[in-house]
Design a protein around this ligand. Structure first.
Ligand SMILES: Nc1ncnc2c1ncn2[C@@H]1O[C@H](COP(=O)(O)OP(=O)(O)OP(=O)(O)O)[C@@H](O)[C@H]1O
Ligand SMILES: [Mg+2]
Length: 246
């Protein structure tokens, strides 16, 4: 069964800008799908619709069989600018999602501590986001997302502001997480390599208004070694061709 489904989604903003048109695709349970396309083609719009933060003007976004009308409980959202509250500490940022869901403060903090440790952030619980590097802030954003034990991760260019090394490390982390926890992922990226490394399905959008030009299957994704295999470079070439970069 499809966990995520876009059914002829379209979005015209109130000022008349059409961001996307007739976008359909689906992601199976435990699958990973990347949306790739030129700047302004409606990728963030699409992700916001799935996150329940934006109502589409046409079609439907469906998560686990239900049309999305409000932020879905089982999905975590990770944004490009980390989405952390600057006035809250690392601990408070990570525990917040749990407290909002009704967990008592003490338990929420314990759970947050465990996940921070897993992401190599122990010792930084009382820091504020601006006292951390970009890569660390991004890990805090992941910690916050993972603390709620989501079944689905929605991510909008989560690595775009990181240096190449931190980016690769976090990509590996996400890959492991995806494999271990059987998460279903929907990722937006500008990076062909990231798309090929992290997803079994790549949906290529046209320039605005975004429409699906191609859906590329990438069955080899899912292991760390893929990055250095000949098939990986082949697939990158294929995707790059579809997005019009070569
Ligand atoms: N609130 C809004 N009101 C009007 N138009 C908007 C709004 N938000 C986005 N748009 C327009 O919709 C189009 C798609 O925007 P969106 O942010 O979804 O693109 P994107 O593919 O995520 O771009 P990028 O790769 O640069 O992040 C753009 O032309 C943008 O100007
Ligand atoms: Mg965007």
């Amino acid at each position: 069964m499809a966990v995520l489904e876009a059914v002829r989604l379209g979005m015209i903003y109130p000022n008349g800008t059409r961001a996307i048109k007739d976008v359909s695709f689906s992601v199976e349970k435990g699958g990973s799908c990347t949306i790739i396309g030129p700047s302004g083609c409606g990728k963030t719009t699409l992700l916001f619709i799935f996150s329940g933060l934006l109502k589409s003007t046409e079609g439907k976004a469906i998560i686990e069989g239900k049309e999305v009308t409000s932020p879905p409980k089982n999905a975590a959202l990770i944004l490009q600018n980390y989405g952390l509250f600057p006035w809250k500490t690392v601990m408070e940022n990570v525990a917040l999602g749990l407290e909002i869901r009704g967990m008592k403060k003490g338990r929420a903090r314990n759970a947050a501590r465990q996940i921070l440790e897993r992401l190599g952030l122990e010792g930084f619980e009382n820091y504020y986001p601006k006292q951390l590097s970009g890569g660390m802030q991004q890990r805090v954003a992941f910690a916050r997302a993972l603390a709620i034990k989501p079944r689905i991760m929605l991510m909008d260019e989560p690595f775009s502001s990181l240096d190449a090394l931190s980016r690769e490390k976090l990509q590996n982390f996400l890959l492991e997480l995806w494999m271990k926890e059987r998460l279903t992922m929907l990722l937006v990226t500008h990076s062909v390599e990231e798309a090929v490394f992290l997803s079994k399905k790549i949906v290529v959008l046209s320039p605005r208004p975004g429409r699906v030009i191609r859906v590329i299957e990438n069955p080899m994704a899912g292991r760390k070694e893929y990055r250095s295999m000949e098939e990986f470079f082949e697939k990158c070439r294929e995707v790059r061709k579809s997005v019009g970069a070569i």
